[in-house]
Design a protein around this ligand. Structure first.
Ligand SMILES: [Zn+2]
Length: 402
């Protein structure tokens, strides 16, 4: 294969003639010349132009192996004999003022979809801001392609941004796992514009899965009074896990006072589903629960509550929930009783699960991806960019942490 063929493959365009090539230690330089037919007036497309000014420009293009590659080319300011306008000619292999070929920009975008901005920048030896801006511009162009008409179930969730002080509310289509909207804050005022939009456009929306906090529920009741609120499994499990964690911490403090160290590092055993533990973990957990009564009760109640989701009907679910709540209230474990009262107050939203039977698996998957995305937070101080990344999160197949 000739160098010229390689050159055209790298540039992704045949309007340049390769004139010279220089191989250096860590980079390659191609000198090129625009073919005459490519010299056109950018305003009217006429080829009858006079060159008024010339300057050399350098464009980064696709690497050759480990060597960076550059294209050096003369660009011209032309005077058009037809329309009379003077302007710098447009180059078919690049766009705007970026000193890169389109083929290289596409490469940056492909890498930014699977790796962090910092990793891509380091790999291609670019500034991280350059990578971010390219990725951001591309995401902005393709952002949010979903149909309001197809929405049937969504979930509304909050994520902490900027270390606990600020929150962002995320709307996810439960069926596709796609984040359809993100907005700073979690108050009714912050949610209002999008909830109104949903009320107007999402005519088939039947249910919204939310967490146990009152804020979202009241906002939804105002703007979408006919849509069911569903407290989904994920959020109920989270409430119970938080409760167990609080009990564990209380008990740990008690033991520490008495000079016994038994509970450290057991958090994971308590919060995980019992069936998912291996034999060693199961026996450690049993030992822990044998010596700690309140934890043993809370753990057993947590495990029992999982059966709620397997109830066959709404009536069966209601009966199960009622029995569970009574048992928790009588357990003598105050934090557990508190959680039970909280569930009882929201029993309508809990039982509406049986009317809709939504599976929140995809939304949960997205939650995990958000966590990963937040860990790679370089550049996400730019909140618009962070949101754009969120809207494309459901597409992401590979995730490289760097
Ligand atoms: Zn012209």
């Amino acid at each position: 294969m000739s160098v010229s063929k390689v050159f055209h493959a790298l540039i992704g365009d045949k309007s340049i003639v390769l004139q010279n090539t220089e191989f250096c230690q860590d980079h390659v330089i191609f000198w090129g010349r625009l073919r005459n037919h490519a010299k056109k007036c950018p305003c009217c497309g006429c080829s009858d132009v006079v060159i008024k000014e010339t300057k050399e420009r350098t464009f980064r293009t696709l690497n050759i192996g480990e060597k960076r590659a550059y294209l050096k080319i003369d660009v011209h300011k032309t005077l058009c004999n037809r329309c009379g306008k003077q302007s710098w000619m447009q180059l078919p292999f690049s766009c705007g003022k970026l000193p890169m070929t389109n083929s290289f920009i596409r490469h940056v975008i492909q890498l930014a979809a699977i790796a962090t901005v910092l990793a891509v920048a380091a790999f291609l030896m670019l500034q991280w801001k350059t990578v971010k801006n390219i990725d951001k511009a591309n995401l902005a162009k393709r952002a949010k392609q979903f149909s309001f008409k197809k929405l049937r179930y969504i979930s509304i969730d909050e994520i902490a941004i900027k270390k606990r002080h600020k929150y962002m509310t995320i709307f996810t289509d439960i069926t596709t796992g796609m984040i359809i909207h993100a907005v700073e804050g979690r108050s009714e005022e912050c949610l209002r514009p999008f909830l109104k939009l949903l009320a107007k456009k999402a005519k088939r929306l039947r249910g919204i899965g939310i967490d146990m906090s009152a804020a979202y529920a009241s906002s939804i009741k105002i703007h979408l009074p006919n849509v069911d609120i569903i407290f989904d499994r994920f959020h109920v499990t989270k409430l119970l896990n938080d409760t167990i964690d609080k009990i564990r911490r209380n008990e740990y403090a008690k033991c520490k006072k008495a000079g016994i160290e038994v509970l450290k590092g057991q958090r994971f055993l308590l919060l995980r589903n019992f069936v998912d533990l291996d034999d060693g973990q199961k026996s450690s957990l049993k030992k822990l629960l044998e010596i700690n009564h309140p934890l043993a009760i809370a753990h057993s109640m947590k495990e029992q509550l999982r059966s709620f989701w397997s109830c066959k009907s709404k009536a069966e679910g209601a009966q199960f929930l009622f029995c569970w709540v009574m048992e928790a209230l009588e357990s003598g474990v105050q934090l557990l009783a508190k959680a039970a009262r909280s569930l009882l107050r929201r029993c309508e939203g809990l039982l509406s699960y049986f009317d809709h039977g939504i599976d929140n698996g995809k939304a949960e998957g997205i939650n995990n991806k958000i966590k990963v995305l937040k860990r790679q937070a370089y550049g996400y101080r730019d909140q618009e960019y962070f949101k754009l990344k969120l809207y494309h999160l459901h597409k992401k197949q590979i995730q490289l942490i760097g």
